[in-house]
Design a protein around this ligand. Structure first.
Ligand code: G
Ligand code: G
Ligand code: MN
Ligand code: NA
Length: 252
């Protein structure tokens, strides 16, 4: 497949890059960030991940790209740390294909290579990836947790939310999907869902980051519900590494 070959070359030619979107503590300040993949195609310009991640997922290419993302994030954190930038934990999206025993060795290796405090790395798993085979997932999540990394469930509320699994999984936080945030100010049902998810998460000793926060009204409602962190265009889009470092240095 043509695009797949182009994507493989992109990886070799350093055309992939990571942008960083801040996750803000509801009380203020950047608490962490999510690394989001971008492809700077020489002719087609910027190709969004929604166009090439699914393609990469059709082959083992996603494993190579996923490993590159983990290496890149850890290397970036080390570079910032050495430069005196006050670093925060960075979350990485894991594809379902990466959620396999081999991820353990990969994560261990990148942490060792960068001599990184493991709690600076967060792994985001989707509900479908983590809950498809609960027995297997439980063992894998427990081993990942033993490495000291943070674990989050991405797009929470849109997949198979098996609450029995959630109760047993050693995860640290839930990402309230942006589909529940978008109409929070006008849709009473979305507000009820957000309230319930936040209360349940806190009851299970998990924190919550709301995604796709675009308006001060949404922020106010989420703050009122006790949401811990917010991520969205109200604060910042995903920005290139130097811009994100500037935000951190400014103590934003
Ligand atoms: O950044 P946003 O612009 O458009 O990202 C779109 C989708 O691409 C999201 O669902 C996000 O999880 C996914 N994505 C972004 N970066 C990565 C990555 O490094 N790995 C994987 N597997 N998915 C990613
Ligand atoms: O699926 P995942 O959560 O990994 O994807 C993050 C996606 O959310 C990226 O595509 C990112 O660009 C997008 N995103 C981040 N902030 C906002 C926002 O405030 N509004 C909308 N509509 N999308 C956002
Ligand atoms: Mn994500
Ligand atoms: Na998400």
């Amino acid at each position: 497949f043509k695009l797949e070959n182009a994507l493989r070359r992109a990886l070799e030619r350093d055309e992939l890059e990571l942008h960083y979107q801040p996750q803000i503590a509801v009380g203020g300040g950047i608490a962490s960030a999510e690394a989001l993949l971008r492809w700077r195609h020489p002719e087609r310009g910027f190709v969004p991940p929604t166009e090439f991640v699914p393609l990469a997922e059709e082959s083992d290419l996603i494993l190579e790209i996923g490993e590159w993302v983990l290496e890149q994030v850890c290397d970036q954190l080390r570079t910032w740390h050495r430069a005196g930038v006050p670093v925060v934990p960075i979350a990485v999206n894991l594809s379902a294909h990466q959620f396999d025993d081999s991820i353990l060795g990969t994560v261990r290796r990148v942490l060792d290579d960068c001599e990184l405090a493991p709690e600076l790395l967060e792994l985001e798993l989707t509900e479908s990836a983590s809950m498809a085979d609960a027995g297997k997932s439980f063992a894998l999540l427990a081993q990942l947790k033993d490495l000291g990394v943070r674990l989050a469930i991405d797009d929470f509320g849109t997949g198979y939310s098996n609450l029995n699994y959630l109760k047993r999984f050693p995860v640290d936080r839930l990402k309230l999907d942006r589909s529940f945030v978008h109409e929070l100010e006008t849709d009473a049902d979305d507000l009820a869902i957000a309230r319930a998810v936040i209360a349940m998460a806190h009851g299970l000793r998990l924190s919550v980051v709301a995604e796709g926060v675009e308006t001060p009204g949404q922020l106010e409602l989420l703050a009122g519900l006790g949401c811990d962190h917010v991520q969205g265009w109200l604060f910042s889009r995903a920005v290139p590494a130097p811009q994100f470092a500037a935000l951190l240095a400014r103590g934003a």
